[in-house]
Design a protein around this ligand. Sequence first.
Ligand code: FES
Ligand code: FES
Length: 161
Amino acid sequence: MVRYEGKTVITLQVNGELRELAVRPSDLLLDVLREQLGLTAAKPGCKNGDCGACTVIMDGWPAKSCLVLAVEAQGQVILTVEGLGGTAAIQKAFVSENAFQCGYCTSGFLMVCHALQMQHPVMPEEHIVEEWLQSNLCRCTSYQEIRNAVHTMYRLQNTTL
Ligand code: FES
Ligand code: FES
């Protein structure tokens, strides 16, 4: 680890690429992704762990990037919406189910749902879906469209197997 001017040079593995950058010990992963790497899909909302707008996937699990220090994220495989490339089943499902309005929460929900599929390759019971979706807030849609999108995600997955 190289240090200079109060910063530490770290390497993050983001969307399949190794990215080297200088950060302060207190820099949040959310801010580093957005301001240093230009990955703005993860959104700042509450910055308190409550809304989920900042959700990314770390080592296969959803993580609120406002609660993670960039230095803590070293060695973990980080995935953001940009890394989905527009072709993931959950992205198609959100479009087909109209599961967004203003879209501010959408990136976070996409990451939660994509991680759900990573951890549960077969559609889990409804109460498990509910538990996963409870981590994030949406102020526009009814949550039903988002639940529908999860079902569609699994259907799309089955048709492409
Ligand atoms: S901005 Fe991270 S949970 Fe709200
Ligand atoms: S679509 Fe607007 S906050 Fe969710």
